[in-house]
Design a protein around this ligand. Structure first.
Ligand code: ADP
Ligand code: MG
Length: 838
């Protein structure tokens, strides 16, 4: 217990799993808590003492599943192993912590390989922040500088980190600590000291970047406690190298998951994912998360996709070949962690054997844009040869019991195998000889672990046992005998078996160590294959859905999307149902103010533009007849009204924070989508703020902006704001019935149609009538909105249709309806009667 307490002292914030024989034990509070979480039996050590020690344990062979549960819940687990053979130990067996598993460093836990598990570190000085992150499963390692904590928060949530290492002291009481723990829901760890490593850290970077990267590295070293060859040198990046989108925007645009369901289905990722490899899937997610801003980089992707579209047959072959590619990026890390088994190496070899075919089909396409990828496809013939000559295709998964290495790979191993194989023949011969000698017809040689090889003699034949047999064991109905010859054979065979197993183990480790020297090349190959996979995926999606290649106009000011569709909505509802919409901004237009009834298609139109921009800057093709776009540097959205329940902010507060975020950060090259801004507050407040925000964007920001509003009053802004244009959703109105055409047209909507929507929703007629009366009273009283120039047109006449005009009888019938006391059936009948009256 003293040893336990000494070790535990160093790991106060982790569950300490303390190896004792076949179990990992937990003590004290760890035991009490773990027993509850993991549903273990809580026992105690020194039961009869005055202070029994709470204790709980898990068997060593199933420890991983328990670790996974704890990690998934955001805990850390320290694993203390026995560091010497208990039989040989003098005194207490030496024990030490060999690894600390944390949510950000878990490589096996719950990780299917479809997503990265990024561990993030942050650091700060007086003026700015630096952020570094790595994925221990793939070895990727990045660093950047950020201006303020808000940007840090955005980046952490974009990375979906589960653990953040701070390079400075931070308690849960601090504002930042609170934001990290409660808003972002990450485990906060601390690492104040950096680890110097000239191979991994680029010392020409900014001081703060060096600091944060080396602290992150130190955290990994102190938790993993091993040299990790698969970690790649840190790469510097700038967030402005990518299309900037904050977490809320990514969420509301359904990029990686559908915001409503939280599922992949119904997201852009779902639409674009025709990848065939796990590496490609991960890369696609990153591309969606970080669209490009470099026109030439985007155009390169487009050119490759076009090449894939032009070569249907070659591309089909390519797709087939990719199916045989395993996740070699993660295999590489398993090699580095010393966890790779024979199957892993075989999968690596299998993948390498596909590389020449991939190279072949790409070469057949004869396109210059592919040269870069072709040159990076490195088949590593020497590694392929090593693995295929060494590892048996039917190798066992365990590496200590033999049956891994192929015949012919090692002469000594082959000799052992001859002995083992011939030994079986020798035994058979000895058995036949002694059977004949003794005359015992059913005499046979058997083997078990305890007695080794023995002659099996049933009791009825005991009399006939020859003199040179000696008894090994006595059973109820039989006896087991040995002979000198049998013992000799046995020891030869056992030696061969044992020696060969340990030789195979050594040989396997040698092959694995040699594989480790290829890690950097394997990782590079993995990235190249992933890129090819994502590009073929985008080509397949473009072809299946008849997308076109968008034109990027560098430094352009205009937007032309002719008959565009919202790609995901179209996919979900079917192309026939979807009404295409053109989105056009000439160089003079900055803001489109979209009016129209609820449920008419305003939000869908706005998202069509945002999604088209994101897809274009990923490199994807687009559902439209023609697309011309400038490059955007950022997208800001205020869409939907999902309350931020966790931090307890009201809808309106969230709305205003997001609006603030947008107008402060947007440039004239940004895209802003404001959907029904101001909905969360009282009408006058809402209108006032909405108008002021539109004016502010117009005067000070200059970003391309779509502003959908139910405040019909705002349409007069077109008179005062030169760069603002009204558009509206067309509606068809006949006989008092309103149909939404989902078609966007120039000019303002002439009515709010709220009452029509209420009617469609089935609200009682007297109520609707009353609403109309109130509306006209309100409109009569409302003072005109002040636009800056105060040029006011006469407001459009109120012309809600009067349903009841000219029919007293009908009105009377409706008035007499006792709605509260109608059954649904009666209501239907009444409705039928009313209709007849009409
Ligand atoms: P609004 O924002 O005006 O309330 P939405 O954009 O949310 O309206 O659209 C409401 C519904 O109308 C959508 O769920 C969709 O089913 C349908 N819709 C919108 N735009 C289109 C379109 N272009 N083609 C077909 N259906 C559409
Ligand atoms: Mg809407």
């Amino acid at each position: 217990m003293q040893q336990y307490l000494d070790i535990k002292q160093d790991y106060p914030d982790a569950f300490l799993l303390f190896r004792m024989g076949d179990f990992y034990e937990l003590f004290y509070d760890d035991a009490v808590k773990a027993a509850q979480i993991l549903e273990l039996t809580l026992t105690s050590r020194n039961k009869n003492a005055d202070n029994p020690i709470p204790m709980a344990g898990v068997p060593h062979h199933s420890v991983q599943q328990y670790i996974d549960i704890l990690i998934d819940l955001g805990y850390k687990v320290a694993i203390a192993e026995q560091m010497e053979d208990p039989k040989k130990a003098v005194g207490v067996v030496k024990r030490d912590v060999v690894q600390i598993v944390t949510p950000g460093t878990a490589v096996d836990a719950l990780n299917t390989g479809k997503e990265n598990n990024f561990l993030v570190a942050i650091d700060r000085d007086q003026t700015s922040y630096a952020l570094s992150y790595l994925d221990l499963a793939t070895g990727e390692f990045f660093v950047t500088s950020l201006s303020d904590f808000e940007a840090v928060v955005d980046e952490i949530s974009a990375l979906k980190a589960r653990e953040v290492v701070t390079g400075y002291a931070l308690s849960s009481e601090d504002v930042q600590g609170k934001i990290l723990e409660t808003q972002l829901n990450v485990l906060v760890s601390q690492e104040l000291i950096g680890f110097d490593n000239a191979d991994l850290i680029d010392y020409s970077l900014a001081d703060l970047e060096i600091a944060v990267a080396s602290k992150l590295l130190n955290y990994v070293m102190t938790t993993q406690k091993r040299h990790l060859t698969h970690l790649q040198a840190v790469q510097h990046y700038e967030i402005k190298d990518f299309l900037l989108m904050d977490a809320a925007s990514k969420k509301s645009l359904d990029l990686l998951q559908n915001a409503r369901t939280g599922k992949k289905h119904g997201s852009l990722y779902w639409l674009l994912d025709e990848t065939k490899t796990a590496m490609g899937t991960r890369m696609l997610r990153i591309w969606i998360d970080r669209p490009l801003v470099s026109a030439s980089a985007i155009q390169t992707r487009q050119a490759i996709i076009q090449t894939f579209l032009d070569h249907f047959f070659e591309r089909s072959d390519l797709t087939e070949t990719l199916k045989g590619v395993y996740d070699i990026e993660r295999l590489a890390s398993r090699v580095s962690f010393g966890k790779a088994n024979p199957k892993d190496l075989l999968q690596l070899a299998q993948t390498l054997s596909n590389v020449p075919a991939i190279k072949g089909v790409l070469t057949d396409m004869q396109a210059e844009v592919l040269n870069h990828l072709i040159n990076q496809l490195d088949p590593m013939p020497d590694l392929h040869e090593l693995i295929t000559s060494a590892i048996d295709p039917d190798a066992a998964a365990t590496i200590t019991e033999g049956n891994i290495i192929k015949n012919g790979f090692n002469a000594t191993l082959d000799d052992y195998r001859v002995i083992m194989r011939d030994g079986t023949t020798w035994i058979a011969e000895l058995e036949a000889k002694e059977r004949e000698n003794s005359g015992i017809n059913n005499l046979k040689i058997d083997y078990n672990k305890k007695d080794g090889y023995y002659f099996h003699v049933t009791n009825s034949n005991r009399e006939q046992v020859p003199d040179h047999f000696f008894r090994k064991a006595t059973l109820k109905n039989s006896e087991r005998y040995g002979t000198e010859a049998l013992s000799r054979l046995e020891s030869q065979m056992l030696d061969a078996r044992e020696n060969s197993a340990s030789l195979e183990y050594d040989l396997f480790l040698q092959v694995r160590d040699q594989t480790e020297t290829f890690i950097a090349r394997i990782q590079k190959l993995a990235k190249t294959i992933a890129e090819i996979d994502v590009l073929q995926s985008l080509a397949v999606v473009a072809e299946n859905n008849h997308y076109i290649q968008p034109d990027i106009i560098k430094n352009g000011q205009e937007i032309h999307i002719i008959n565009g569709r919202h790609a995901v909505v179209e996919k979900v509802m079917g192309a026939q149902e979807y009404v295409p919409n053109s989105i056009e901004f000439d160089a003079e237009t900055m803001i489109q103010l979209i009016t129209g009834p609820n449920m008419s298609g305003k939000s869908t139109y706005m998202r069509e533009l945002a999604l088209t921009v994101v897809m274009t800057q990923i490199g994807s093709f687009i559902p439209a007849e023609k697309v011309q776009l400038p490059i955007f540097d950022a997208i800001f959205t205020r869409i939907g009204a999902a309350d931020d329940l966790i931090s307890g902010q009201s809808t309106f507060m969230v709305e205003m924070m997001e609006a603030n975020h947008a107008i402060r950060r947007a440039t004239k090259n940004s895209l802003i989508l404001f959907d029904e801004l101001g909905r969360g507050t009282a009408t006058y407040d809402g209108i006032a703020l909405a108008q002021a925000i539109v004016e502010y964007i117009h005067e000070h920001v200059g970003a391309k902006t779509l502003f959908a509003t139910h405040y019909h009053e705002l349409v007069t802004l077109e008179n005062s704001l030169q760069h603002l244009k009204n558009v509206h959703v067309a509606t068809l109105e006949a006989n008092g019935e309103v149909t939404f055409l989902h078609k966007i047209e120039p000019g303002p909507a002439d009515k709010s149609y709220g009452i029509h929507v209420a009617k469609i929703a089935g609200l009682p007629s007297p109520l609707l009538k009353r609403a109309k009366v109130i509306l006209s009273e309100l409109e009569a009283d409302t003072p005109k909105l002040q636009t800056k120039t105060v040029v006011q047109e006469t407001p459009t006449e109120m012309q809600q249709l009067d349903l009841f005009a000219g029919s007293d009888e009908l009105a009377e019938a409706v008035r007499n309806l006792d709605i509260m006391n109608l059954t649904p059936m009666e209501a239907m009948n009444q409705l039928y009667e009313l209709k007849k009256l009409v």
